[in-house]
Ligand binder design. Structure first.
Ligand SMILES: [Zn+2]
Ligand SMILES: [Zn+2]
Length: 171
């Protein structure tokens, strides 16, 4: 299992490489090959990346990322992807990813609007865990929520993650 930081670095890199191709309509074959050739964690990250970006925006595929992505959106997207490798996906989003989804970070779930109404108990013993980076021992949490394409994400972040997710206001 990779660490949050490794996943974040991988997601940032994948997005930066995608973002560097603004004048192209498709990613080069080399990027997919490169990612396929990487370690198993990276392959897993890429699979999540593809799955997550398809949910965020059906137009976001490895074959064609929109040109209007900014660095800030990339950073939030990278941090969201990096936090989600073990998240459960509701069966509706699995079947039809192009619909709005809600990421309940504390529950590690990505649900459609119907399923977001279901109550799920958070995993036990996680009162001191940051919902993004997964660090334990956090005593001060910052409630963070944002929309990213078709998803709404919310949870409680440590100070470091809150600063990265909401860079315009230091907590
Ligand atoms: Zn659902
Ligand atoms: Zn954190």
């Amino acid at each position: 299992m990779s660490t949050y930081q490794e996943r974040l670095d991988g997601a940032r890199q994948a997005l930066a490489e995608a973002g560097a191709l603004l004048d192209r309509t498709t990613l080069p074959v080399g990027l997919a090959d490169q990612l396929n050739a990487a370690a198993s964690d990276t392959r897993r990250l890429f699979a999540r990346f593809v799955a997550a970006t398809a949910i965020v925006n059906p137009d976001l595929t490895p074959g064609g990322l929109p040109a209007a992505q900014t660095g800030k959106v990339h950073e939030v997207l990278a941090r969201t992807i990096a936090a989600m490798p073990e998240f459960a996906l509701c069966s509706h989003l699995r079947r039809a990813p192009g619909q709005p989804g809600v990421v309940r970070m504390a529950l590690r779930r990505l649900d459609c609007h119907r399923c977001m109404a279901t109550s799920v108990n958070p995993p036990p013993g996680e009162d001191d865990r940051c919902d993004w980076c997964g660090r334990h021992g956090i005593t001060t949490f910052w409630p963070v929520s944002y929309t990213l394409g078709l998803i709404l994400a919310y949870g409680d972040a440590c100070g470091d993650c809150a600063t990265g997710l909401v860079p315009d206001q230091s907590p």
